[in-house]
Design a protein around this ligand. Structure first.
Ligand SMILES: Nc1ncnc2c1ncn2[C@@H]1O[C@H](COP(=O)(O)OP(=O)(O)OP(=O)(O)O)[C@@H](O)[C@H]1O
Length: 243
């Protein structure tokens, strides 16, 4: 299907080798289409973050293939991979990964400018993204002048700026109070509704209710998938599987 934004086929990821090898992902396959919002849940160590880093081309699978917008990542050189990541993939890291010497606005505009968008346009887009996550007031502040929650929202704005088609978010609401966290889920949902594919790692069953589908991992494998938004049985399943 042409509207596949992310496809993992038979992906395994092993850290280390020999007796101490750790299998983080085992023969995992997953397809996420445009307009789809998928929540990934599972116990600590089940491979959720590994799934995201491999899906976003930040790490290579040990075996199997990853396609982003039908482009096989393993066929790309480093520069091409970096370009594809900037253009197509918005990534929210657990530890935000913001540049401390840049302002909030500059952090959000940076990937667009690196991609050749004129500075004024990149800054307009960045301001729009900061408004969407509810913090236009931090545009001209540096990281050490922001709360943890504000930094987290800058990281989310950077991931959604410029209409990226694949949004990968690793526990993006961790530093936020529940009302602000819900606001972020709303932003991610709206991104999916307007054409992006969204993959969210979360521990919170409540957040999974925003998703079209919940994928449960255990020991690096998909052990269950629940479909249908706002289905109470899905919430129960999510609560059961969460740790
Ligand atoms: N860089 C690494 N080197 C060695 N082992 C790793 C590395 N990254 C992850 N692992 C191991 O791979 C397995 C899966 O880790 P991963 O971080 O993907 O799980 P997770 O489900 O995201 O966990 P959490 O919910 O605690 O963040 C774990 O056993 C972890 O210890």
């Amino acid at each position: 299907m042409s509207n596949q934004v992310l496809q993992l086929t038979g992906v395994s990821k092993t850290f280390g080798s020999g007796a101490t090898a750790i299998a983080a992902l085992r023969n995992l396959s997953l397809t996420v289409h445009a307009t789809e919002f998928v929540a990934v849940m599972g116990p600590s160590g089940s491979g959720k973050s590994s799934l995201l880093t491999v899906a976003g081309g930040l790490d290579q699978p040990t075996s199997g293939e990853v396609f982003v917008e039908n482009t096989p990542l393993n066929g790309l050189g480093l520069n091409e991979l970096a370009r594809l990541r900037r253009r197509a993939v918005g990534y929210v890291f657990q530890d935000f990964n913001l540049v401390p010497t840049l302002t909030g606005l500059e952090n959000v505009a940076l990937p667009r400018e690196l991609d050749g968008v004129a500075s004024a346009k990149a800054q307009d887009e960045a301001m729009d993204a900061l408004r969407q996550v509810g913090i236009p007031e931090v545009a001209h502040r540096f990281m050490d002048e922001m709360s943890g929650g504000q930094q987290q929202r800058v990281a989310i704005a950077r991931a959604i700026v410029g209409e990226r088609r694949l949004i990968l978010a690793d526990e993006p609401t961790g530093a936020l109070d529940s009302a602000t966290g819900d606001g972020i889920l709303e932003v991610l949902r709206a991104r999916a509704d307007s054409g992006a594919a969204v993959v969210l790692v979360t521990h919170e069953a409540r957040h999974a209710a925003w998703a079209d589908r919940v994928v449960f991992l255990r020991d690096g494998r998909v052990v269950d998938e629940s479909v249908s938004q706002n289905d109470p049985s899905m919430l129960l399943a999510a609560a059961f599987h969460g740790d």
